[in-house]
Design a protein around this ligand. Structure first.
Ligand code: FEO
Length: 395
């Protein structure tokens, strides 16, 4: 990646990972990603805000060389996860005067994860500031945007917030500034769903603090820089709010067609009622898309055949993830088929222990669905409509 100027004396010097397709061996990356790092030149000191994934250290070094950077005084470590901290040991070796500026928790994690020497740290407190001469960096602790040690760095004079993971998106884009709002909105929502959603209540507090700061620009460590931060702050306020949308998500698996027939009937019944519905075959699903739909859906109906006395393992995987992501859906149900018995209902209900949703009458069918079973599915669709209406949920 070439160096890109963000503002006078502020450069994007990170790396783009165009063809990375999985993060944490779990999260699909249809658009690749970037590991953004920023070089900030003050009249007296120079700071590097975060580094890059260790696989991309060479690109970071090339960019610093392109800028002719001879000395780095501070490496600001906003977050200890290796996609942002992984190049710190190399940076410390190449820039011997550099100090790693971070908080106490992040320092301990960097020592554990990367064996950064203790004597290379400068520890800061929440609200502390660091002068670069004519520029000042302020540190804002933002624990649990997804790790406990995360902080944000705010440049007061430019009203520029370096938000690290927070407000980012897994997007690879050659120009650092946001230009395709719709594309980035979808990518940022997906990223929020996969990474931040379990912490949405905490994140609401951080958002209030950022609103009070009123930054003119936000530069995260994945994806694009937001020259009009209201775009992403508003999106996060919506995603972290308690409100849900008039929508039903149906993650399903079908082995011999019975569960599929049930899903198709329920989907049709909901469509008749003009309730948006998203049936999603989890065998071929991009789990990022599924997570994205979980951000707003008011109701989730899990549909599975019975395998070895329980739900299909692919449904177990998805419900395990959904439970860990703690989405805010208000209503849930389970539908499916069995040949001779099983404990699917108990197992799935237990699997969703973190979710506070009201469980609507499940529909379990022996063999293939019969007219009485379709009537039961119709009653489920009626119940969903009524519950949404009673809860004042609209599209
Ligand atoms: Fe992009 Fe939590 O690392």
């Amino acid at each position: 990646m070439a160096v890109k100027k963000i503002k006078k004396g502020i450069y994007s010097v990170g790396a783009i990972d165009w063809d990375r397709r999985l993060f944490d061996e779990l999260i699909p990356l249809p658009d690749g990603t970037s590991y953004n790092a920023y070089l900030v030149e003050g009249s007296e000191k120079t700071a590097l805000i975060d580094t890059v994934d260790p696989t991309k250290t060479g690109e970071l070094l090339d960019n610093l060389q392109e800028l002719g950077v001879q000395r780095i005084d501070y490496i600001i470590a906003n977050h200890a996860e290796q996609d942002h901290s992984g190049s710190i040991p190399d940076m410390l070796a190449i820039y011997p005067e550099a100090r790693v500026v971070t908080n106490e928790k992040c320092k301990a994690m960097l020592i554990d994860l990367l064996q950064v020497p203790e004597n290379r740290f400068q520890v800061v407190a929440d609200g502390a500031s660091l002068s670069l001469g004519d520029r000042t960096l302020e540190f804002i602790f933002a624990a649990w945007v997804h790790w406990p040690e995360t902080m944000l760095t705010y440049m007061r004079e430019e009203k520029l917030l370096f938000s690290c993971d927070f407000l980012g998106a897994h997007v690879a884009q050659s120009e650092p500034l946001l230009w395709d709002e719709n594309h980035v909105y979808q990518a940022a929502k997906r990223y929020f769903a996969e990474i931040m959603m379990p912490f949405r209540v905490n994140i609401r507090k951080h958002l209030q603090r950022l609103r009070a700061l009123a930054p003119d620009m936000i530069a995260p460590s994945h994806g694009v820089v937001y020259p009009r931060p209201d775009f992403i702050l508003k999106a996060y306020e919506e995603w972290t709010a308690d409100t849900v949308h008039n929508m039903v998500l149906i993650p399903f698996v079908s082995m011999h067609g019975s569960t599929r027939e049930m899903v198709e009937y329920l989907t049709g019944a909901l469509m008749q009622k003009n309730i948006p519905v998203f049936p999603c075959n989890v065998i071929r699903a991009d789990i990022g898309e599924l997570a994205k739909e979980l951000v707003d859906a008011a109701t989730v109906v899990i549909a599975s055949p019975t395998v070895l006395g329980g739900p299909h393992p692919a449904i177990l995987y998805v419900t395990y993830l959904a439970n860990a992501l703690r989405p805010k859906f208000k209503f849930a149900s389970i539908i499916g088929s069995f040949g001779w018995g099983g404990r699917m209902l108990e197992i799935l209900k237990a699997q969703l222990g973190n979710i506070k949703a009201e469980i609507l009458e499940p529909v379990m069918v022996k063999g293939c669905p019969q007219p009485a079973d379709f009537q039961a599915l119709q009653r489920l669709a009626d119940a969903i409509e009524q519950k949404h209406r009673d809860a004042g949920i609209s599209s």
